[in-house]
Design a protein around this ligand. Structure first.
Ligand code: NAD
Ligand code: DAU
Length: 332
């Protein structure tokens, strides 16, 4: 396996994966990315041209997807509309990219008998109560809440059907909330960091008791590479690093790390249908495939992420104004 087609490789996690592949393997990568508001070529800057090619295009373009898949040994599918808040206001593009785009890629993988890895989310399982000792596993029933998570659930089910009905050599991974460099300022952690840099107060939805299970994007990338190399066709692997924190604790940690009072944030309108808690049990990935996370210390990973946003204002500044204008129009 030496030629990878990486969809969504100019996005947050996809670009992290491309950097990871270049650093840790000798694979060559072709990135296919539509450069939506969330895609940024600067996230791939400095990578060697003889290892990484970039194609500007849409995963719903069947002819382009067919041509690129024919030349690949494996497809790693990150491209998606990824933000829950956007899906509550403009769901259509989520159906196009997450459902039709995945279908288009599966048809090409089927035709060319290409290994396929589908990147998905823990949100397909719905949410857990705060005091529930259970965590998500690959046998937890699907119960998505938002337009975003329901389209991701739909895409997972398409992959399963293409494995069973057509023998596509596919695996699926469902990961928890990622943090790290190159994440769009619409997302929780970068929004608060860049607010503080700009002299704005962090914004917490509702009471801030919602829990997310944080994992560094580098650990997500190493897990995907492990699944690509050792995963069994048709299997689903959950990726997580035991990083449960409630949103209020995360905001307070960011404020403290950035030298501000821990209570210098605002409570704003809650997200409609806001999932309460996600928690991943990644035992299967760890015991069957031998993967372990390496960035387990959330405080130091967060401090490094804050420093990255301080050092890379030119990367995020062009998106900040319109992102905050969108939130302000929704009372958030
Ligand atoms: P992102 O929004 O940062 O990046 C998405 C990328 O996909 C962008 O570069 C965008 O230009 C591209 N894209 C969108 N529509 C496209 C289309 N029609 N054709 C081609 N390219 C298109 O997203 P992310 O946070 O990096 O998430 C990547 C994947 O990981 C998604 O599938 C998401 O569901 C999944 N995931 C994300 C997280 C998380 O915490 N962010 C956690 C688990 C799983
Ligand atoms: O769990 C995996 C999912 O994690 C991925 O599938 C999604 O693509 C990714 O966006 C992320 O979804 P969330 O909705 O959990 O992430 P977000 O960063 O939007 O919000 C994290 C939590 O913070 C959530 O409880 C909502 C809250 N929040 C968010 C924003 C933007 C706030 O309190 N204030 C904010 O300003």
């Amino acid at each position: 396996m030496s030629k990878l087609l990486v969809t969504g490789g100019a996005g947050f996690i996809g670009s992290n994966f491309v950097h990871h592949v270049v650093e840790h393997t000798d694979h060559r990568v072709t990135v296919l990315d539509a450069l939506t508001y969330a895609g940024n070529r600067a996230s791939l800057a400095g990578l060697p041209e003889d290892r990484v090619a970039f194609v500007h295009g849409d995963i719903t373009d069947a002819a382009l997807v067919d041509e690129l898949t024919a030349r690949a040994d494996a497809v790693v599918h990150y491209a998606a509309e990824s933000h829950n808040d956007n899906s509550l206001h403009s769901p259509r593009s989520f159906l196009d990219t997450n459902i039709v785009g995945t279908y288009t890629l599966l048809e090409a993988a089927r035709k060319h008998e290409t290994r396929f890895h589908h990147i998905s989310t823990d949100e397909v399982y719905g949410d857990l109560e705060l005091d529930d000792p259970a965590r998500f596993t690959d046998t937890t029933p699907y119960n998505p809440s938002s337009p975003y998570s329901s389209t991701k659930a739909g895409s997972d089910l398409l992959v399963r059907a293409w494995v069973r009905s057509f023998g596509v050599q596919a695996t699926i991974s469902n990961c928890s909330n990622n943090y790290g460099p190159y994440q769009h300022v619409e997302k929780f952690i970068p929004r608060q960091i860049t607010n503080i840099i700009r002299g704005l107060r962090p914004k917490l939805y509702g009471a801030g008791e919602n829990v997310r299970d944080w994992i560094h994007a580098n650990d997500h990338s190493s897990a995907v590479l492990t699944i690509l190399e050792k995963g069994r066709t048709g299997e689903t692997y959950l990726i997580g690093a035991d990083g449960e924190r409630n949103n209020r604790d995360v905001v307070e940690l960011i404020l403290e790390e950035m030298g501000q009072p821990r209570d210098a944030y605002d409570h704003v309108t809650d997200r409609a249908g806001h999932d309460l808690r996600y928690a991943i049990d990644s035992t299967k990935l760890r015991t069957e495939l031998g993967w372990t996370p390496r960035f387990a210390d959330f405080e130091s990973g967060l401090a490094a992420t804050i420093q990255w946003y301080r050092d890379n204002e030119s990367w995020w500044a062009p998106s900040k104004g319109r992102t905050e204008a969108f939130y302000a129009s929704k009372g958030q």
